[in-house]
Design a protein around this ligand. Structure first.
Ligand code: RB5
Length: 146
């Protein structure tokens, strides 16, 4: 799978671990930064990753900041993006099956790398269930045009 990743300075270390993990697992990774500890603004990186999804440059996106909250707020401002902040594997699976989430947000200051990598694995492996859930996503899409 082709996956776009982004973080701010507060999510850099976890993003780097995820990049390595995904490459070892055979995925194609687009690392959109940041790449240093210098303080940066998370919305800039959320936008880079979301643009990859919207333009079909990547199939999924992963965003990491300190809490994952800022990234999820910023990502969900982009039409067509369904970003989910998940810090447990149940939510990671459910947000693929029910919400067809195309962006996963994580907080480096909230969970450890071991759990984060499990969440990434479950999220990438789960499929959208469709059916009644599709109807609900169509209603969300209509909200973007309202
Ligand atoms: C950066 O200090 C921090 O505010 C950011 O990484 C994130 O947690 C925002 O939601």
């Amino acid at each position: 799978m082709k996956i776009s990743l982004g973080s701010d300075h507060a999510g850099l270390a976890l993003k780097q671990e995820i990049v390595l993990y995904l490459k070892r697992a055979g995925h194609t990774v687009l690392d959109r930064g940041t790449s240093t500890d210098a303080s940066v603004d998370y919305p800039d990186f959320a936008t880079l990753v979301c643009n990859d999804i919207i333009s079909d440059e990547a199939e999924r996106g992963i965003l990491v900041c300190g809490t994952g909250i800022g990234m999820s707020i910023a990502a969900n401002k982009h039409a067509g993006i369904r970003a989910a902040l998940c810090h447990d594997t149940f939510s990671a699976r459910a947000t693929r099956e029910h919400n067809d989430a195309n962006v996963l947000c994580l907080g480096q200051r909230v969970i450890g790398a071991g759990l984060a990598l499990d969440i990434v694995t479950v999220w990438l492996g789960a499929e959208f269930a469709g059916d009644k859930h599709l109807r609900r996503l169509e209603k969300i899409a209509r909200l973007e045009k309202a």
